[in-house]
Design a protein around this ligand. Structure first.
Ligand code: MLT
Length: 293
């Protein structure tokens, strides 16, 4: 993840639902690929995907990355939405306004829940679906209780608590060992960037998003009627949404392809951009032409 004055092109701010606003960044040119970030991160978690659409990249001249900060996250102003369905309606407004009405939609974890709702609620806008380090199932009661507990602690002690609670479970042990290795240990920098992104999220956004996450419905029945090409990607060591979650999704979503990326945890696109990008590019290259169906 880079500082905010990064290599993304600022692509404006749009009004979405109920007074919410969303800032948007772009890279490359061609068919739109919407990238929806996880909780509580922002568009910079997709920094490693820009190489795909830069000169020499597998998708150069063929895809335009569109990476918003969902309302309340990153540089987008508060308020955040309080349901995943509302986040999906916001993303749909963005596809209508900034992507010519149709996009391949790729989301990680919370972004993956949003992508599922987008496919269920706004099918005509979705050309293909990429669900990364996410799940179809609703939270179990213990997970809901843990979210309520985290929300209460964040309210009392600040967003730094969310960073400390989440960091140990985001990146795989194997990846951390690689980041620790000489000649250029990078683990501290990666952790500092993640900590800064999480800790700079407002407590109100964290509270609203935790509510949305806890109350999201089970999507297995809806996903069984998804009829768009679908790629599922998961880190082999994902501790939050382990490979079994995506295996269950692969059994439910017709024709879905599953890629399990070794050595990655919950942030596969950020942990191993070359491996993630290769899976993504192979999927996108096989899609029917944008003007078809
Ligand atoms: C995320 O990365 O978006 C969160 O881990 C989602 C979740 O907690 O379910």
């Amino acid at each position: 993840m880079t500082p905010r004055d990064d290599a993304w092109q600022a692509a404006g701010e749009i009004a979405v639902g109920e007074g919410r606003r969303m800032r948007l960044w772009g890279a490359g040119s061609g068919a739109p690929l919407l990238l929806l970030h996880g909780f509580p991160l922002d568009h910079r978690m997709w920094d490693g995907q820009r190489a795909l659409v830069e000169p020499g990249g597998a998708l150069f001249g063929r895809f335009r990355l569109l990476a918003p900060d969902l309302p309340g996250f990153g540089a987008s102003p508060a308020p955040a939405a309080t349901s995943i369905a509302a986040m999906a309606d916001d993303a749909a407004a963005l596809v209508a306004a900034a992507a010519g009405g149709r996009a391949v939609v790729c989301g990680l974890s919370m972004g993956g829940y949003v992508a599922q709702h987008l496919a269920a609620r706004h099918r005509a806008l979705v050309r293909g679906l990429v669900l990364v380090d996410t799940r179809l199932e609703a939270d179990a009661p213990e997970a809901r209780a843990a979210r309520a507990d985290l929300a209460a602690r964040v309210e009392r002690l600040g967003a730094g608590v969310a960073a400390e609670a989440m960091l140990p479970r985001l990146v795989s042990r194997e990846r951390n060992a690689a980041l620790d290795a000489p000649p250029a240990p990078r683990r501290a920098a990666v952790e500092a960037a993640l900590r800064a992104a999480i800790a700079s999220t407002s407590t109100d956004t964290i509270r609203r998003a935790l509510l949305a996450l806890a109350e999201r419905p089970d999507m297995a029945a809806a996903a069984s009627s998804f009829d768009v090409p679908t790629l599922l990607v998961v880190g082999a060591d994902d501790a939050i949404t382990p490979p079994e979650c995506l295996e269950r999704a692969a059994a439910v979503i017709t024709g879905a392809r599953l890629s399990v990326v070794p050595g990655c945890g919950h942030l596969t696109p950020l942990e191993d951009p070359p491996a993630f990008n290769a899976a993504l590019a192979a999927f996108l290259e096989a899609l029917p032409h944008p003007d078809a169906g």
